[in-house]
Design a protein around this ligand. Structure first.
Ligand code: 13P
Ligand code: SF4
Length: 302
């Protein structure tokens, strides 16, 4: 089947199944191009909650599709490749988190959405990279246990007058973006604006002009007068940036920053998942209800 035929068949099946295609900003270019909604974790959760489709095909990693299922249990949530996980999300599990909570009974648990439903179920609040600072500021307690991304946690801590306890998680992809990459690119392109994701290390964040979620980066590019941008996040976002801003120039902070899990969804797998209504994401009901409480609190804050 040619690529055009696959896309045509996907469109037909979407209509037949009343399905919607939610796609993360790091996905393959050809998958981004057929999205009904393309966005960051926060935008995608909002869409998952709001859609009146019966079926959500989620092109992203597992925790994102799981969040969609938590918010919309009556919908069928499919992943083109259910093995697309997030190594950072796997750095925290329910039991060790329970132990850490026992050590810090006075702390409010704020959990990055890059985590399993079982971990969210043990959390007071969820947050994403777009709203971590406002979520932490909105908590009444003066002490926060931030899980699992140490770097996003540090970024939030820089903007809040609270005591923090950090889980030692990190994104192995964003670790590949080095301060020396930014220093070199600033020398080569002194007029470029440097935009980085908060999962980057503190030394990289310190060299940036703005620290933003993936959709935040896309919005900043549209507002900015700069012509050249250094982009410090996973390289898949460059496709969207170039398509939306053909007159501007984008330079990846590091070509090494490729998330292999984000590339597992292909057009063929999207088609097969619509044909077979597979592979379906499931969340156990008790965990789902408790995880939803933490997500709802986040959504209420913004
Ligand atoms: P965003 O929510 O900013 O899209 O980030 C998700 C992610 O996994 C970053 O690595
Ligand atoms: Fe997880 Fe990092 Fe991939 Fe984002 S880029 S999905 S945090 S491994």
């Amino acid at each position: 089947m040619s690529q055009n035929d696959i896309v045509r068949r996907i469109d037909e099946l979407k209509r037949e199944r009343n399905a919607v295609l939610l796609v993360h900003n790091y996905q393959r270019p050809e998958v981004q191009d057929i999205a009904d909604f393309l966005g960051d974790s926060l935008g995608l959760s909002r869409q998952a909650a709001a859609t009146d489709a019966n079926v959500i095909v989620f092109c992203g990693v597992h925790f994102m599709a799981e969040t969609a299922k938590i918010l919309s249990p009556e919908k069928t949530v499919l992943m083109p490749d259910i093995h697309a996980g997030c190594p950072m999300a796997n750095m925290v599990t329910a039991e060790p988190l329970a132990a850490m909570k026992r050590e810090h009974p006075d702390a409010t648990v704020v959990t990055y959405v890059n985590s399993s439903a079982a971990v969210k179920a043990q959390s007071d609040y969820c947050c994403t990279s777009a709203n971590a600072v406002s979520v932490v500021q909105a908590t009444r307690n003066s002490k926060v246990l931030f899980v699992p991304d140490r770097h996003l946690g540090e970024f939030a801590a820089e903007h809040c007058d609270k005591e923090f306890v950090f889980w030692e998680g990190f994104c192995p992809i964003h670790m590949k973006i080095l301060a020396e990459d930014i220093v070199r690119l600033r020398e080569q392109c002194p007029d470029a604006e440097v935009l980085v994701h908060p999962e980057c290390t503190a030394d990289v964040r310190a060299l940036a002009d703005h620290i933003l979620s993936t959709t935040g980066i896309c919005q900043r590019v549209q507002e900015s007068d700069a012509e050249t941008f250094v982009i410090g996040t996973e390289v898949g976002i460059l496709h969207r940036l170039r398509r939306e801003n053909p007159e501007k120039r984008f330079i990846p902070a590091s070509e090494r920053a490729v998330c292999p899990n984000m590339k597992l969804a292909t057009l063929e797998k999207v088609l097969w998942s619509l044909e077979d209504l597979a592979e379906e994401v499931q969340v156990e009901e008790d965990i789902r209800r408790r995880a939803k409480r933490a997500i709802d609190r986040m959504v209420a804050i913004g």
